[in-house]
Design a protein around this ligand. Sequence first.
Ligand code: ZN
Length: 136
Amino acid sequence: MVKYMKPNNIDHIAIAVANIDDATKLYNQLLNAEPQHIEEVVDQKVMTAFYPIGDSSVELLAPTSDESPIAKFIAKNGTGMHHIAFKVSDIEKTLKELKDRGFRLIDETPRQGAGGKKIAFVHPKSTGGVLIEVCE
Ligand code: ZN
């Protein structure tokens, strides 16, 4: 029997927000915490704020430009749940296996996400409507 890669953990759950300052004020209250770090991911035209929760995090994503994928997401869906990220130990192998099993990959090869992690996205059309990220 073929042994496929299995996620180790939920790395983070990402929420699309309109404005990082307003959203961090709200989440500081909600989680009684401050973000561990706030970082701009220039490539994706987003500001990110990470709140560690146990072994995973809540990630807020705010667009820094109308061209940002997050701006487009909010225009279409409104603010709210954006994606779930699963942590894997070998992202290249995981992507190959997901593709072999018929999942539609947005990223065939990993790119660099916040915190220098290797990340890739799986299209929500092939996952029942939820954008899935795998990260290493
Ligand atoms: Zn993410």
